[in-house]
Design a protein around this ligand. Sequence first.
Ligand SMILES: [Fe+2]
Length: 474
Amino acid sequence: MKFGIKNRKFFSKVTAIIFVLGLFLGVVPVAYGQTFANVNIVFSDQGKSLNVSGRIVSNTLLVPYQALVENLGGQSQYESLARRLTITKGDTQITITAGSRNATLNGTRVNMPAAPVIHNNQLLVPLRFVAENLDQLVLWNNATRTATLREKPVAAVKKTGGVVNIYTSRHYGVEPVFAEFTKETGITVRFTTGGDALLRERIKAEGKNTPADVYMTVDAGNLWLAAQDGLLQPISSAVLNRNIPAELRDSQNRYFGLTKRVRTIMYHPARVTPAELATLRTYADLADPKWNGRLILRPGTHVYNQSLVANLIASYGEARAERIVNGWMANKPQLIDSDTRILETLAAGGGDVAITNHYYLGRLLQNNPAFPIKVIWADQGPNEAGVHANISGAGITAHAANRENAIILLEWLSSPRGQRLFADSNHEFPANPAVAPHSIIAGFGKFRENPVAKSEFGRLQADAVKLIDRAGFK
Ligand SMILES: [Fe+2]
């Protein structure tokens, strides 16, 4: 009897030790050899969470790979015969084989804490191993059985302090973004705002003594001109290459798109009949005579329209682009040199259709959810090239004194945290595909983007300006 009690005490002590150990290791051992686990995965940078059925092997949580990789912005390829999974994200490549603890990380053999298993025709992979190698911090909460994933802050990788100086023509909401960057990295941001061309002239005139480490601006045309003028240096950064898709950065990595902005058709639903709306699908449709006296445009001298026309030239050829612009001019558009005022004029009934950037509508809707103007994504038909999307972005100056800090800034801005703050502050689409757009602009619906490389807007700018001049689009 005594013996039995002692033994029971002994066993309950062992159970308690196993339990505490389990807390440390991130699992509660329900019974010896237990394996199944229903867990939550929170992707905190993406604002998403999932409930998955995983498995616990050697105190390691294994989860189905698809949702994990996809939500972290990676790609996966599973070869069922070889039972081998390849995960890629930017320059990172991980190869994992079912039943083996050996994995390959960027060509180097590494050991995983447990071997992946196949369950119900699904490959389950070690969550922490995969997530950490995709630059995530993983936090396990045993009580709620939740793994919270978040991109490693840049400061955890490099900590330098000091300063970074920015010349920026982008001024909407940059202060809170830079303040957060300073909080995370200890790097002080000093910034000067001004016009795009003026800031380029200033960097040129200052030469080797320029205080500017970063040139930040809107429109691929501006970034391209800065690169052409030799004001920017190529940057080799695995983080930037991973976070920013190739089509949104310079082929020589002298500048990087940080947000996307779509220039498209806007209309007042009370002033356009359903029949008219049915024929309002493309930039070319605005050349139809039914819009005579009803169209509002920004002047052709603005870089936003120069890039739009350059994109039309690249997609449809110069003759067709010219017919489109001539058609707009034949409709005697009202020219207003501010996208916000164009939308306000439309709302007030001073016109019926227009072309503006999408985020101006996002901003007006943020302030007034009842703002009446609606958006149409242009050129979505099977024979059309897709809607014109431009970028805002930045590059590091050729003579940057704080080059390292400038790289850290760009890397941080491209990370999910930086992207969230930077894109949302102006209702733009994040350049990093792993980051979801703000709900207001997500509500505008999905679109097919014109695939022409953004650098073409710069390369064709002179042709676009000449076409605009010939059309009398002043
Ligand atoms: Fe703008």
